[in-house]
Ligand binder design. Sequence first.
Ligand SMILES: Cc1ncc(COP(=O)(O)O)c(C=O)c1O
Length: 393
Amino acid sequence: MTIEQTASRDAARKPDLRPANPRFSSGPCAKPPTFDLTKLAGAALGRSHRAAVGKDKLKAAIEGTREVLGIPAGYKIGIVPASDTGAVEMALWSLLGERKVEMLAWESFGAGWVTDVVKQLKIEAEIKTADYGQIVDLATVDFANDVVFTWNGTTSGVRVPNGNWIADDRQGLTICDATSAAFAMDLPWDKLDVTTFSWQKVLGGEAAHGMLILSPRAVERLESYTPAWPLPKIFRLTKGGKLIDGIFTGATINTPSMLAVEDYLFALDWARSVGGLQGLIARADANAGAVHGFCAQNDWIANLAADDATQSNTSVCLKFTDARIQDGAVFAKAVAKRLEAESIALDIGAYRDAPAGLRIWCGGTVETSDIEAMLPWLAWAFEAEIAAQTVAA
Ligand SMILES: Cc1ncc(COP(=O)(O)O)c(C=O)c1O
């Protein structure tokens, strides 16, 4: 056996250590490590969400969100239907059309909001897009316009580096899809007029409910402007030109799941127990740091995000760079499948519209020890697939 063959055989040996939790999905994300179903025993099941018990829990979800995320007192926080998509579309349909819009997109969800605005709402828009791994030139954004963007592109692993590019004296509104950023990154509330996220992402909650956060300027727009198009009940945030305040104090538009609410309250408690927002950011940074370190040590894998400053600490997207790989998409899928079959890493294939590769969720509910235990297995799966390719050829 040559030295190379011996080295390759050793690399292909299965590591001894296994992750305690193989869940690295980018949504729904891993539940908090202390989760089990008994934690939801206090849910207000079989009760009206408009009874005091239900209303109090919805209010606690809103105020807990404000506390953990550090959202200013003057901002409105609402629980709305249809997860993050519902919250974003509610904002687009309710607020846009008053002025020109600038749409910024660098992956598939941002591209979806462009379709909404241009093809469905048919609004005059300037569209700025970048390929997967890149970001648009943020210095060219004109804040006389309304600006729609995604803080962290979940399917490319590219995020805005900070909010410094957003003008303090903007005339337009900023509408930010922050679903894979909230609870993992610092969000500068004074720069964000509309912010949305879903419980199913960084806190590992359940889907179907969206969070809509409005600055005083966004409320002012809602109360002074009526869009030209009809709005279904599910999107309506105002009545008679006034904000429907109840939506932002727990009187939801339609019926929420009190089980999902209980789960979110549990997740908020867990977030507090790990040091709140800064604790969550530190956990995500440590997880992403472990993956970045692995990429630095292995020349066959790299971060999809070209610029270090834009690399996500939640949805870390990776590409294989080894010249021996014959079919990138087939290879990446085979690596992900091999890790899934071993129950080492579940759901880490790249998003369907993204370039071939892997996506490893690094948000705070994931334990760094699990990322660290999984990475040697990734090296094992890579070597095994390179070997399998050679045999097949
Ligand atoms: C950036 C972004 N926006 C929107 C969505 C849609 O979220 P939901 O399915 O919670 O509506 C996702 C889901 O992954 C996302 O990552």
